[in-house]
Write a protein that binds this ligand. Structure first.
Ligand SMILES: N[C@@H](CCC(=O)N[C@@H](CS)C(=O)NCC(=O)O)C(=O)O
Length: 187
C-alpha cells in the first residue's frame, strides 16, 4: 500500500487532498517539519532525504516533488479521472502544466513575493505577468486548465492562490478558476 508522508498546513496539503479523492488504499502518515515560527522540526520518521513533505513510498519506489507524486498517483489510480493517462487526449497539456508549475510557476511566485529580480531569472523563467497571461489564456474560454475536465494539474497550479489569495493574478478568469477549484477540493 502506498504511503504519503504529509504535514498539515504545508505544501503536502494538495497531495493529501488528491490522495483522499483517489483511493482509500493510500495511507497518509503525518510527520512534522520545521515551521517558520520555530515550532515543529525534522521528523526522524520521515524517509524523505531532506525530511521534506510530501514524500511517497510505494513498495520499493520512492517519489519526491509534488508534480512527480501527482503524476505517479493519477497514473496508478486512473478510475478517479484526475489526470489523462499516456496516449489519452490531454496528456501533453497535463504534463506541461505540472512541470510548468514546478519549473516556472513556483519559482516565479516566490521571486515575485520576495521582490527579487535578476536578468538571469527573467531570461529563464519570465515573470509573474507572463505566468499570469499563460494561466489567463488557458482559462479564458475553459473552466479548467485541460478544458472541461477538472484535473490534478488544476489542484497543483491553483494551490499558491488557495494559500495566499492576495497573490492571485488580477484576471477574472483566474479568480473564477480558483473559486471553482476550491469548490472541487472543498477548501
Ligand atoms: N519542491 C518540493 C517542495 C517541498 C517542500 O519544500 N516542502 C516543505 C513544506 S511546505 C518542507 O517539507 N519543508 C521542510 C524543510 O524544509 O525542512 C515539492 O514541490 O514537493
Amino acid at each position: 500500500m502506498p504511503v504519503l508522508y504529509h504535514s498539515p498546513q504545508s505544501r503536502s496539503d494538495t497531495v493529501a487532498a488528491l490522495v483522499r479523492m483517489l483511493s482509500p488504499d493510500i495511507e497518509i502518515r503525518e510527520v512534522t517539519v520545521p515551521r517558520q515560527d520555530g515550532s515543529g522540526g525534522a521528523d526522524p520518521a520521515n524517509p524523505h532525504p531532506e525530511k521534506k513533505v510530501p514524500y511517497l513510498v510505494d513498495g520499493d519506489e520512492t517519489v519526491r516533488e509534488r508534480g512527480a507524486i501527482i503524476t505517479y498517483l493519477t497514473d496508478k489510480y486512473p478510475e478517479a479521472g484526475l489526470g489523462p493517462l499516456p496516449g489519452a487526449p490531454g496528456r501533453g497539456a497535463y504534463l506541461s502544466w505540472l512541470f510548468y508549475y514546478q519549473g516556472v510557476m513556483e519559482p516565479v511566485i516566490l521571486l515575485h513575493w520576495t521582490g527579487l529580480s535578476h536578468p538571469a531569472f527573467t531570461d529563464a523563467l519570465r515573470d509573474f505577468a507572463t505566468m499570469s497571461d499563460r494561466l489567463a489564456e488557458a482559462l479564458e474560454n475553459s473552466p479548467y486548465l485541460l478544458g472541461e475536465a477538472f484535473s490534478a494539474a488544476d489542484m497543483l497550479c491553483c494551490s499558491p492562490f488557495q494559500w495566499f489569495p492576495d497573490m492571485t493574478p488580477d484576471h477574472q478568469a483566474i479568480r473564477d478558476w480558483v473559486a471553482r477549484c476550491n469548490e472541487r477540493m472543498a477548501v
